[in-house]
Design a protein around this ligand. Structure first.
Ligand code: QV4
Ligand code: CA
Length: 544
């Protein structure tokens, strides 16, 4: 049995499940054995690819650095009513508290232990949020930092979010407890103890990522502590995890940890439902470690999607929107069922991680709205919308000097609440992209067209494209520097539809452009390149 499980891990280096199954079938002749292995593959693998969203909801929002109390309110007043399926929250566990720089956002990626008090709130507030979001059909996904603890230079004392004592010098974290036996330094073969060369998979997994104390996840004891932490959250009602820094952990160690996770709490989820797992692996090509080593364990973040979409909408390197006719696997991305996609994330929007100048963010709002709409209209992947805070961006020679700045805060460093303005936007530096009309309405579009095929593609061989989703929705983009005036086959039933980009349907009236679809499914679109939003989207529920 053990050796079988080991073989399974080795064989599942393929991206797609059919391939995995056939490899297994070829190498194991016994019939009952085949059935067992098939079950094991589907049970341990596929189930964790399911985001477990409720009511046919299809998009997740990352409420980066939000307080638990604000997320709970947002679930009830906005996310539930507008069809968002879930929230990725910032790390809930105890983390280091830093003075210089003062309270950077990234202090939360330096765990001190697994007590549940953080910059976003305490355990009671966390529990209240999980309950209230679940009650309105919105899932919570936890950002789990399990590769490491704080930086080796993190000192000693009680400068931690729950006030627990720890010593980075002695590698002593008594609340878990972890001691120096539980870290990887003996395995790391670099002079500095840090990862020095991403071309060497051993050091990427066994050495310190930017000086962060690297956990020995091959130890049963360490796996147990990590699984206990995750299980506590599952029992509280979370639907799954964004697992941080997976490139830096061995797939076999992750398989062992995921295998220990409880089923989801059946107060809110069906019996036997597995936690959704999506793993952060930045793979833009050119390194020995690829996303393929992780796709059998759960979904994986597709960073190529974010990087390429930015270049396309910016029209850099001769890229054109018309080239996206084969968007998805056709562009060398991982298979659809394995991917989590996004236009930007909390790292690359400020030059961390796979950040590059091509990444589109709220700072380039016109192109950003188009790119997010493209992502939400397209069937590829589980989609994640970013929701940011503003900071004093100050770029010198391509590097943002203020890329460390934390969320809107009071003088003592505590995070400010998110105030909602009368026009439904957010105040106090919270950007709330997920509330922008164009983005909110495209989340609804994605729910309405769920399960429908990509259809009725049209392009002008430049940057004007259109596509539909069966007979449920249609979207048209003009990213050229000239006007667009075309008649297209939408595949939609005849009638008058309200464009959900320039406005929306309110009761029986439309606050934006109206689109007339004839009995033959054809409709006329005029989109000026100078429009505030040079794209148009209609769907079954926007019919007047
Ligand atoms: C500094 C020096 C090191 C030195 C160390 C000694 O730079 O050379 O060895 O001190 O102690 C911060 C600082 C970094 C500092 C480190 C440790 O920026 O300068 O090292 O802390 O004190 C976030 C930030 C990092 C931050 C980290 C921990 O992005 O800047 O480091 O949090 O606070 C790769 C990975 C990928 C990763 C991405 C950023 O493959 O997994 O880099 N992305 C995830 C998260 C990301 C987070 C981490 C991983 C780490 O999305 O937000 O890093 O949990 O591509
Ligand atoms: Ca590691």
């Amino acid at each position: 049995m053990l050796s079988l499980v080991k073989r399974r891990e080795k064989m599942c280096i393929n991206t797609n499940v059919e391939q995995q199954v056939s490899v297994v079938l070829l190498s194991h002749p016994g019939k009952s054995m085949r059935v067992f292995i098939l079950l094991a593959l589907f049970g341990l693998g596929l189930a964790q690819h399911n985001p477990q969203t409720k009511h046919g909801r299809t998009a997740i929002v990352h409420l980066f650095e939000w307080r638990w109390a604000d997320i709970a309110a947002e679930c009830e007043r906005f996310l539930g009513p507008n069809g968002y399926g879930g929230v990725q929250i910032s790390p809930p566990n105890e983390h280091i508290v830093l003075n210089s720089p003062f309270r950077p956002w990234w202090q939360r990626y330096q765990p001190i232990g697994y007590n549940l008090c953080s910059r976003s709130g305490n355990e009671n507030e966390l529990r209240d949020m999980i309950t209230r979001c679940n009650n309105v059909g919105v899932n919570i996904y936890v950002d789990a930092i399990i590769n490491h603890m704080c930086g080796a230079g993190g000192g000693e004392g009680t400068h931690s979010s729950c006030g627990s004592w720890f010593s980075a010098n002695k590698k002593d974290f008594p609340t878990v407890p972890f001691t120096h036996w539980d870290f990887n330094d003996h395995k790391c073969r670099t002079g500095s103890g840090n990862i020095e060369n991403y071309g060497d998979a051993n050091q990427v997994r066994d050495c310190r990522l930017v000086g962060l104390l690297d956990l020995a996840l091959e130890k049963d004891y360490v796996r147990g502590k990590v699984a206990d932490f995750m299980n506590k959250l599952i029992d509280m009602g979370v639907a799954g995890f964004r697992v941080d820094a997976c490139k830096h952990m061995w797939p076999g160690d992750l398989a062992a940890i995921y295998g220990r996770l409880h089923n989801l709490n059946n107060k809110w989820f069906p019996g036997g439902a597995r936690p959704f797992i999506f793993q952060e692996v930045i793979d833009l090509g050119g390194e020995p470690i690829t996303t393929r080593e992780y796709t059998h364990l759960g979904r994986v973040t597709e960073f190529k999607f974010s990087a390429r979409l930015g270049t396309i909408f910016r029209k850099w390197n001769g890229e054109k929107l018309s080239y996206t006719k084969t968007w998805g696997e056709g562009w060398g991305f991982m298979s659809n069922g394995n991917a989590v996609v996004f236009v930007d994330n909390h790292d690359n929007q400020r030059g961390h991680g796979a950040g590059g100048a091509s990444i589109l963010t709220f700072w380039d709002s016109k192109l950003y709205k188009m790119a997010v709409a493209y992502m939400l209209a397209h069937p590829y992947g589980v989609t994640r919308v970013m929701s940011s805070f503003r900071w004093n961006r100050h770029i010198v020679n391509g590097k943002d000097q203020n890329d460390w700045m934390g969320p809107p805060s009071h003088g003592d460093g505590s995070t400010k609440p998110v105030p909602i303005n009368p026009d439904q936007t957010c105040g106090d530096g919270w950007v709330c992209e997920h509330r922008w009309r164009q983005i909110k309405n495209m989340v609804a579009f994605r729910n309405v067209v769920n399960g429908q095929p990509h259809s009725n593609w049209w392009d002008n061989q430049s940057n004007q494209v259109a596509f539909g989703r069966g007979n449920r929705g249609f979207i048209v983009f003009n990213n050229d520097d000239w006007d667009m005036d075309v008649t297209l086959n939408t595949g939609m039933p005849g009638g008058t539809y309200c464009d959900v980009i320039s406005g929306q349907k309110e009761g029986s009236r439309c606050t934006g452009k109206q689109i007339n679809v004839g009995g033959d499914g054809r409709a006329h679109f005029r989109i000026s390149n100078r429009d505030e939003d040079p794209f148009v989207a209609i769907h079954a529920d926007s019919k007047l």
